[in-house]
Design a protein around this ligand. Structure first.
Ligand code: SF4
Length: 488
C-alpha cells in the first residue's frame, strides 16, 4: 500500500487507533497500567536497579557450566561522540575514536583483563560462544586499528567457531565517515553479520532535538552501504519524543518500511530512568512540556506503526522488532530472553544472566578499572535466585519477548507452567491479555501491545516498578493479593 498522505491514512485508520487508546484507558482503570500513563520496560527480572550488592565469590563459587559449555557473549563499549538527550546509559563523551585518546586503550586493556579473570574464575581456556553482541555506547566509534585490536583480542579469548550470529550496534555516521568503509570491512572480516543501526528518526528536526550526531542523509547512506555489504540489518526508532507528531511519525514509518531492511525496531521514549543513571530528557521535558506528545498520542503512534509495518509485510517477531522473514531476528536476544540460555557480559554496566543467577558489573568507570587492576571481576551486584524468583524470572522474560516454552519452563524451575500461576493466568486469559498456545503460553495481540505491564503481573510485590498508590485499585492492580502468590 502507498500512503498518499499521512492525514488520509490517519483518517482511514482513526477508529483502530482510538480503540487502542480506549484499551489504554480501560487498563489504567483496572490497575494494569499506572494512573500517570507512564511505563517501565520489562527487560530483566528483577529490574536491574533492584539487585543487592554482593561479591563474585558469592555469585560464582558454586556455579556449574552449562551442559553444552556454550554462552551468548556480550561486550560493552561505553563511549560516544555526544550525549543523545533520551539516553540513560552511563557513557563518556568525546573523541574516543581518536587514536591519541588515552582512555580508549585503557578500557580495551581492562576488557581483555576482565575476560581473562572471568575464564580463570570459571576454569575454562576460552569461552565457547553461541551468539555475540557488541553494544554500547558506540562501539564503532573506535578507529579501525582499535576495532581490529578489540576483535582480535576478543577472539583469542572466545571461540567463535560455533557462533550462529555476530551482532554489532552501530551509529550511522561511524559507517560513512572517513573510516566508515574500513570499519565495515573489519567487521565483515571478523565475522560480524548483523548490525543494529540507531537511526532513531528520519526527520532532521527531530534528530537535532535528540542531539544525535547524524542527519537523515547520513542514516540513509549508512543503510545503503550496509545493505551493499550484505549485513542483516535492523534499524531502530523512538516514538513519543518531544516535537514528534502522529502525522510525521506515520510518514516516517512508511518511509522506513520502504528501505528494504530486514528488521525495524521501535521503542517508546522513557523519561524517568529505568537503570541507575538519569539522562537529561526529564529536564528537557520540564523546560518545554508542551512539546511532549501525550501518552495517548504515543499509544496511537505505536498502533499506527504496527499497522503500517503490517501493510508492508512486517510483523512483530521478537517483541518490538518487526521483520518480513521470521528467520530474521537477533539470536543473542532470543537466546538470552526466550531460551534463557547462559549469557556472559564484559565491560562497564555489563551483566551476565545465568540459569539460576544474575551478575551486574559496576556503573562507575573508576570502580571498573580499580577492581580489574586489583585482579577482581568488576561485579558488584547480583542475585542467586531462590525458587520463587526463578519461577517468576522464567515466565517474565520469554513472555515479554516471545512465548513461554512450557518444556523449557519445567526444565528451569521444576514446575509445570500450568501449576505456577493458575489464578493469575486465568484472570489474564479472561481479560484477553494472554493465551495458551499448546507447547507455548504467550501474549495475545492486545497483551503484546501492553507487554511490559502484563509482565509486571508476574513480579513479586517487592519488585513491582511503581509504588502501590500509583495504580488504580482495580482487579489487575499488581499489588492485589492472590491465592497463587507466595506472598499472599
Ligand atoms: S543513545 Fe546510544 S549513541 Fe546516544 S549517547 Fe546513548 S549510548 Fe551513545
Amino acid at each position: 500500500m502507498s500512503i498518499k498522505s499521512e492525514e488520509t491514512w490517519i483518517a482511514t485508520h482513526r477508529e483502530r487507533l482510538e480503540a487502542r487508546v480506549r484499551d489504554f484507558t480501560r487498563f489504567r482503570e483496572l490497575g494494569l497500567i499506572v494512573r500517570s500513563g507512564d511505563f517501565f520496560p520489562s527487560v530483566h527480572y528483577p529490574p536491574i536497579t533492584m539487585y543487592p550488592e554482593t561479591t563474585e565469590e558469592a555469585l560464582l563459587d558454586d556455579y556449574v557450566l552449562p551442559p553444552d559449555g556454550r554462552f551468548d557473549v556480550y561486550l560493552h563499549l561505553p563511549f560516544c561522540e555526544q550525549r543523545c538527550l533520551f539516553c540513560h546509559y552511563p557513557v563518556k563523551f568525546g573523541r574516543f575514536g581518536d587514536k591519541t585518546h588515552p582512555e580508549t586503550e585503557r578500557y580495551l586493556d581492562a576488557l581483555e583483563r576482565e575476560m581473562d579473570l572471568f575464564r580463570r574464575r570459571l576454569g575454562i581456556e576460552r569461552f565457547q560462544a553461541r551468539s555475540i553482541l557488541v553494544g554500547g555506547g558506540t562501539p564503532t566509534l573506535l578507529t579501525p586499528a582499535q576495532l581490529d585490536r578489540m576483535l582480535t583480542g576478543f577472539k583469542e579469548r572466545v571461540d567463535c567457531s560455533h557462533v550462529t550470529q555476530f551482532n554489532f550496534d552501530v551509529d550511522p555516521g561511524t559507517l560513512t565517515d572517513r573510516y566508515g568503509a574500513e570499519r565495515r570491512r573489519i567487521l565483515r572480516e571478523h565475522g560480524v553479520d548483523r548490525l543494529t543501526i540507531g537511526v532513531q528518526s528520519l526527520d532532521d528536526a527531530i534528530l537535532r532535538k535528540m542531539h544525535r550526531p547524524h542527519d537523515v542523509a547520513t542514516a540513509l547512506a549508512s543503510i545503503e552501504a550496509c545493505q551493499a555489504d550484505g549485513f542483516q540489518l535492523n534499524i531502530e526508532f523512538i516514538f513519543g519524543y518531544p516535537g514528534q507528531t502522529l502525522a510525521g511519525w506515520v510518514r516516517m514509518i512508511d518511509q522506513a518500511a520502504r528501505l528494504g531492511v530486514d528488521e525495524i525496531q521501535l521503542y517508546r521514549l522513557k523519561i524517568e530512568a529505568y537503570g541507575d543513571a538519569q539522562g537529561p530528557i526529564d529536564k528537557i521535558v520540564r523546560l518545554r512540556p508542551q512539546e511532549l506528545p501525550a501518552f495517548e498520542e504515543a499509544i496511537r503512534m505505536k498502533e499506527a506503526a504496527i499497522e503500517i509495518l503490517a501493510e508492508h509485510g512486517y510483523t512483530e517477531n521478537l517483541r518490538r522488532v518487526f521483520s518480513k522473514d521470521p528467520s530474521k531476528y537477533s539470536h543473542y536476544a532470543h537466546n538470552q530472553c526466550c531460551e534463557l540460555y547462559d549469557q556472559v557480559g564484559f565491560g562497564l554496566t555489563a551483566f551476565s544472566s545465568l540459569r539460576d543467577r544474575f551478575l551486574l558489573n559496576t556503573q562507575s568507570f573508576e570502580d571498573y578499572y580499580r577492581r580489574i587492576e586489583s585482579g577482581r571481576l568488576p561485579v558488584n551486584r547480583g542475585l542467586k535466585r531462590g525458587l520463587d524468583d526463578q519461577k517468576r524470572w522464567a515466565a517474565v522474560l520469554p513472555l515479554k519477548n516471545r512465548d513461554i516454552d512450557k518444556a523449557r519452563y519445567l526444565e528451569l524451575t521444576g514446575i509445570a507452567f500450568e501449576d505456577a500461576f493458575p489464578e493469575l493466568w486465568d484472570q489474564l486469559v479472561a481479560e484477553g491479555l494472554v493465551e495458551d498456545k499448546g507447547r507455548f503460553a504467550g501474549l495475545t495481540r492486545t497483551g503484546a501491545f501492553f507487554a511490559d505491564e502484563v509482565c509486571h503481573q508476574f513480579h513479586a510485590r517487592s519488585y513491582i516498578p511503581f509504588e502501590p498508590d500509583e495504580y488504580a485499585p482495580g482487579p489487575l492492580n499488581p499489588y492485589r493479593v492472590r491465592q497463587d502468590s507466595v506472598e499472599a
